[in-house]
Design a protein around this ligand. Structure first.
Ligand SMILES: Cc1cc2nc3c(=O)[nH]c(=O)nc-3n(C[C@H](O)[C@H](O)[C@H](O)COP(=O)(O)OP(=O)(O)OC[C@H]3O[C@@H](n4cnc5c(N)ncnc54)[C@H](O)[C@@H]3O)c2cc1C
Length: 464
């Protein structure tokens, strides 16, 4: 240790980085974490998962009050007003509370926060601001940033990225969302619920690329039913800003006649790219792959001994919980323990209404690999969902036809984001659909739909 300032230096304090730093410190390693933002917590806590959920929750309650849903339950709200400033204030409060919480956890665990942008100066040395430090192990957890759309300038006023869309000072009359992925649909839902007309332009023929085909089709129907305009198989070829308005030029993805769409806000959400620029990777002897990611092995080691990488900057789904689990595993590997993440069982959730979630293989992927049995159960047959007036959606269990082992689970349900944890755990334990069908589920809960979908794999659901 004599030559080194730290056993572990983590670059980036997002869910990957801060979790890695805390676990390393818990394991007795002298640890620092470099972060260039003013607050800890990375994209997720500052401009991602947390502020978006604060707005999703508030806007959901607003819509329940304005759409007559509460009135149906006997709760009269004759005058419902939107106080957007207060809605933003509670978002800011949520972020402040949670980022401050990480600062507290760093202090509690004796993780030193090196404030500033970190750049490699060698294989085991990094400059953070004016200070150069040496560390025996360096974990790159620099995360990702918004992918720009060539030729479209983000001004954060009329044309915004996800960060700008979290902070719009007034409800746009017409918001055009470029990209029908998770972030676009979540933020589009927020602004639709509080009164914006929302159009989603998606290059592919369905929303939510990467998800199960049936889920994608159903999601399209649900968002249309809620009043979103979907322009699928359509590409944006230009965005012209005139004052506080924008004109988008779009045409069919396969080519064809162009048309224009007028908007007063445009959200560019076509994906995210790994953060590696300005990191001085060359000084460390590292490079990126064609997608700009840092390649790692099963244990999160890069090609340079002593340098590790996790989270959005490495291949795999860009999700906070994947980054967190990798953070724990990498710290354990550095400490000489065995840290493992099962990348075949990473749940993903779209926090719209209803929520959409999945884990494991899509039906298409499963059918490509083997013969499958499918069980599906609609939420309309679930007593709790019916009582709560939440009839939309279903649960689908995909099992191997021979072994009955569960290969994938997909859900559309009001609380699908919470329900998917059970599916992930079952799969982690190698469960068969029969194991789930014979597990007692509390009544009345939405989770019973999961049990019934598992029973449906055997062709024997009860409530349908
Ligand atoms: C609007 C939005 C909503 C989202 N919602 C969800 C969700 O609900 N659930 C979910 O699972 N995921 C969600 N995500 C994705 C999630 O935020 C990311 O997957 C997650 O934050 C990745 O964690 P990370 O630790 O890899 O990196 P990040 O969280 O991106 O953190 C990296 C940190 O490193 C810092 N950094 C970068 N380079 C340097 C450097 N050279 N020196 C010092 N510091 C540096 C950055 O400032 C940043 O703070 C959302 C993302 C967005 C944008």
């Amino acid at each position: 240790m004599a030559d080194y300032d730290f056993d572990v230096l983590v670059i980036g304090s997002g869910p990957g980085g801060y979790v890695a730093a805390i676990r390393a410190a818990q394991l007795g390693l002298k640890t620092a974490c470099a972060e260039s933002r003013e607050t800890l917590g990375g994209t997720c806590l500052n401009v991602g998962c947390i502020p978006s959920k604060a707005l999703l929750h508030a806007s959901e309650l607003f819509e329940e009050a304005t759409s007559g849903k509460l009135a149906k339950l006997g709760i009269k709200t004759p005058t419902v007003e939107l106080d957007l400033e207060a809605m933003h204030a509670q978002r800011i409060d949520a972020v402040k509370g949670l980022t401050g919480g990480i600062e507290f956890l760093f202090k509690k665990n004796k993780v030193e926060w090196l404030k500033g942008h970190a750049t490699f100066t060698g294989k085991d040395s990094v400059k953070v601001g004016d200070r150069e430090v040496r560390a025996k192990n360096i974990v790159i957890a620099t995360g990702s940033s918004v992918t720009p759309l060539p030729g479209v300038e983000i001004d954060q006023k009329v044309v915004v990225d996800s960060t700008g869309a979290l902070e719009l000072p007034k409800v746009p009359e017409h918001l055009v969302v470029i990209g029908g992925g998770v972030i676009g649909l979540e933020l589009g839902s927020v602004w639709r619920r509080v009164g914006a007309k929302v159009t989603v332009v998606e290059f592919l023929d369905q929303l939510l690329p990467g998800m199960d085909g049936e889920v994608r089709k159903e999601a399209g129907k649900l968002f249309k039913k809620q009043g979103m305009t979907l322009k699928l198989s359509t590409k944006v070829t230009g965005v012209q800003v005139n004052g506080d308005k924008a004109t988008l030029t779009v045409e069919p993805s396969a080519g064809g006649a162009a048309e224009t769409i007028e908007a007063d806000a445009v959200l560019v959400s076509i994906g995210r790219r790994p953060n590696t620029s300005g990191l001085g990777l060359e000084a460390a002897g590292l490079s990126t792959n064609q997608r700009g990611q840092i390649e790692i092995d099963h244990d999160f080691r890069t090609s340079v001994p002593g340098i590790w990488a996790i989270g959005d900057v490495v291949p795999g789904p860009m999700l906070a919980h994947k980054a967190e689990d990798e953070g724990i595993a990498v710290a354990e590997n550095i400490a000489g323990l065995t840290g493992i993440v099962n990348h075949d069982v990473i749940p993903s959730v779209v926090y719209t209404w209803p929520e959409i979630s999945g884990v494991g293989l899509t039906e298409e992927q499963a059918r490509e690999r083997t013969e499958v049995k499918i069980g599906k159960f609609p939420m309309v047959g679930n007593s709790r969902a019916k009582t709560n007036h939440e009839p939309d959606g279903w649960v689908k269990v995909i099992a191997d036809a021979k072994s009955d082992r569960v290969l994938g689970v997909w859900m559309i349900a009001s609380v699908a984001g919470t329900m998917i944890a059970q599916a992930a755990q079952a799969m982690e334990f190698g469960a068969t659909s029969e194991d789930i069908a014979y597990t007692c589920h509390a009544h009345p809960t939405h989770s019973e739909a999961f049990k019934e979908a598992a029973m449906a794999v055997q062709g024997k659901p009860i409530h349908i």
